[in-house]
Design a protein. Sequence first.
Length: 407
Amino acid sequence: MTDHPLDRASAPLPGLAARAVRTGSSPVRDILALTARPEVISFAGGLPAPELFDAAGIAAAFQHVLEGQPQRALQYSTTEGDPDLRAAVAARTTARGLPTDAGELLVTTGSQQGLSLLATALLEPGDVVLVEDPCYLAALQIFSLAGARVVPVPTDDEGLDPAALDGIAARENPKLLYLVPTFQNPTGRTLSAGRRAAVASVAARRGLWIVEDDPYSELRFEGEPVPWVASFPGAEDRTALLGSFSKVMAPGLRLGWLRAPAALRSACVVAKQASDLHTSTVDQAAAARYLAAADLDAHLARVRGAYRERRDALVGGLGAALPAGSRWNRPAGGMFVWATLPGGYDAGALLPDVVRYDVAYVPGAPFFAGPPDLAAVRLSFVTHSPDEIREGLDRLGTALRGARRAG
């Protein structure tokens, strides 16, 4: 007598998709979990200062839309986004030097969703994506999930090297170039206008898309703004520009936008329909109301002033905190300082010892698509006050001196 099929042991479940297996968790998110204790002064996360949020203004905006038009604010919406919000973003983008119509924009659930939509719309498994080296971590995750082959482009203290880009593009036949040209994450570097023009020229000559990620440019606190890559000759018809309200309004809103040529934008709309139908209606309506009723530029002036003081506190104290022979930059805006410890230091290996002193940073190695610099460190200056930053640097210096003696 044979066993009944239901009496037999269950067969093993199918395995995870290869793209899920090969794509690791974000080291930054893992470090944030490790340093969640309130006593830790963390330079690890790129978290906007919560005490600088215009909570009253945002609350008033939500109250206005929920009291005045609750049926619309709580209903499904179009995939493309709230018309008032798209019009407001188009007006701000145009005022900043890139003529834009509301119809050229797609509202996204954070600019990171915009990058995911672009990857879905553009990339087949095996397609080549060029990235700055080092590169924004979440972009590396997105491209890995898309099955792309990521090829690093060398950078220096001024950002991406256009000559290297040209040679690599000629050799690799890439589909797109991804870059954060203004106050880059993780390095804080800004690409000059000359290099941006050269990047646009290479893209046009080699036939590749440009994905220009721009969450930080409104956080400039010294120097003159540099035009978007999208505005340079050769880039106009091949650039997808990503923007975000996370750094200028509040990250919890999860609001971003994508500006792209018509065919690519339409493909992203379809991808978004399959992803989440549309971004939160009430959040979009409240953001549109906030932009109409509040003074975002005045709010940003206050934020920039505070961030400038915090940048100065961090940069001013690194000489005493880091070992002799270390190097670091002084960004003109954004959220991050990029430092390199002397030869022989491994920032990742040192981190557990550093965290014991209730201070943290992000090791730079995970940001590299090519061979990593084990001595590199990313430090965020925006989350803590200047006094807290100075205390954190005292702890960091003590930790590094102790670790070096122990080694």
